[in-house]
Design a protein around this ligand. Structure first.
Ligand SMILES: Cc1cc2nc3c(=O)[nH]c(=O)nc-3n(C[C@H](O)[C@H](O)[C@H](O)COP(=O)(O)OP(=O)(O)OC[C@H]3O[C@@H](n4cnc5c(N)ncnc54)[C@H](O)[C@@H]3O)c2cc1C
Length: 410
């Protein structure tokens, strides 16, 4: 009753697909989940719409993960976005890419994804036990033999750790996998929250909360780190910035915040309009209308609230004509509109982080199998590993690909 070919710890995206793959291969599988139900984080993904993956080639996909992307090669070759779509189609969920890039279930509901995975686990007779927190993995220093939950012991020569990271702890992932793995000699790299809103020193953002600014580029304003940037929609908040561009940028910023305390950045809010083009825009609008104000000239490219705040910062009245302000103020205005400086001072930590940067060291795991190089029969998959990607279906694809490979028990 308590002996299995495989025990999977964690009923998230990675753990569920690992259990399904092993079940399909005829293995007797136990899936243990500490919450009262499986897939809590999966259900919350994409604002309940579940951005499963995207249409990038494997090469381009890996490149977006930066330093550790190449570790994914074998997992992606086995189970890429085509395989993932095929897998869900076989278990009754059609998928599509409405914007040609991000792939969602056609019904745009993460619940359909979760229901299909749970149904398939049932169909394969995978035993799923919820409210079972794993506290210890049993081993002899060379290979695993089983594990203990808070209630009982189970035995198996194969154990997959699929316990997720540290973000959104209310959805189950609280870092247990790092503790379990370190008791078996594995190293965890330094952990940082990623994909969350950022706090700024500037408080003028509070007055600009109403609008979403499209195609904003954020870039670190430090010579050593100036290559760190992200582009996308931005929303100002009471005490900082949020939105897709900030989610992507945050994974670069949190390690720097730890090192430097605060991080100066430049926000390009003007959809690519540079200083020369902006000067021309002022001249053109003045030529068309006799008494056109700075605010009216800038309205095609910026919301009124942002224009007012930027003008205030350089001491200019936004209702004045551009030609009526003195040369120094003109230069300052053009500069601040084209390259708006902000200072990132903090964030709300793992509580609001969709992703964890860092995890179980990749050096100690075989990328061809996801098996530990230290302990036989121990496997890892999903967010618990030292791999994190940007917004856009990257992290779920990684969880599914690595889970599928780990569940293959190669
Ligand atoms: C709000 C939000 C939205 C997101 N949206 C997207 C998106 O649209 N697209 C995308 O690609 N990514 C998205 N992500 C990221 C993505 O959800 C995760 O990267 C992915 O779900 C990680 O899967 P996982 O299986 O590795 O971990 P998890 O989904 O975190 O699953 C781990 C499971 O292990 C269980 N567990 C932990 N410890 C133990 C233990 N000791 N014993 C037993 N069980 C344990 C946990 O309860 C949990 O259920 C989002 C994340 C959040 C928070």
């Amino acid at each position: 009753m308590n002996n299995y070919d495989l025990i999977v710890i964690g009923g998230g995206a990675a753990g569920m697909i690992a259990a399904i793959k092993a079940g399909r291969d005829g293995k007797n599988v136990l899936l243990l989940e500490k919450l009262s139900k499986t897939g809590s984080k999966l259900k919350a993904t994409g604002g309940g719409r579940c951005n499963l993956t995207n249409t990038l080639s494997n090469e381009d996909f890996m490149a977006r993960f930066g330093r550790n992307g190449r570790f994914m090669r074998d997992a992606l070759e086995l189970f890429d976005h085509h395989s993932l779509q095929q897998f869900f189609s076989e278990i009754g969920v059609a998928t599509h890419a409405p914007d040609g890039f991000r792939i969602f279930p056609v019904g745009h509901s993460s619940q359909t994804i979760l229901d299909a995975l749970e149904e398939e686990l049932k169909h394969l007779h995978v035993r799923v036990l919820c409210s079972q927190k794993v506290t210890e993995i049993l081993h002899d220093g060379c290979k695993v033999s089983g594990l203990k939950t808070e209630q009982q012991s189970f035995f198996s020569p194969n154990i997959i750790i699929a316990t997720g990271g540290l973000g959104y702890p209310m959805l189950g992932a609280e870092g247990d996998g790092y503790t379990l793995a370190s008791a078996l000699g594995h190293t965890t790299t330094e952990l940082f929250p990623a994909m969350m809103p950022l706090l700024t020193k500037e408080n003028w953002t509070d007055n600009c909360r109403a609008d979403t600014l499209p195609k904003v580029e954020l870039r670190v304003a430090l010579k050593k780190y100036h290559k760190l940037h992200a582009t996308g929609d931005l929303i100002f908040t009471k005490n900082g910035i949020r939105g897709p561009v900030v989610l992507d940028f945050a994974r670069e910023i949190t390690p720097l915040l730890k090192e430097l305390g605060e991080v100066p950045i430049i926000a390009k809010l003007t959809k690519g309009i540079n200083e020369d083009a902006l000067l021309q825009l002022f001249k053109n609008s003045a030529a068309q209308e006799l008494h056109v104000s700075i605010k009216k000239s800038l309205l095609p490219i910026l919301p009124a609230s942002v224009i007012d705040e930027l003008c205030k910062l350089v001491g200019v009245d936004s209702t004045m004509k551009f030609s009526k302000i003195e040369g120094k103020a003109r230069a300052e205005l053009i500069k601040i509109v084209c390259a708006t400086p902000l200072t990132i001072t903090g964030h709300d930590g793992f509580k609001m982080a969709m992703i964890t940067r860092g995890g179980i060291s990749l050096k100690e795991t075989n990328p061809q199998t996801m098996q530990s190089k230290l302990i036989q029969g121990l496997y890892f998959c999903g967010e618990v590993m030292d791999i994190d990607g940007p917004c856009g279906g990257y992290n779920l694809q990684w969880s599914f690909s690595s889970g599928y490979l780990a569940g293959s028990l190669l």
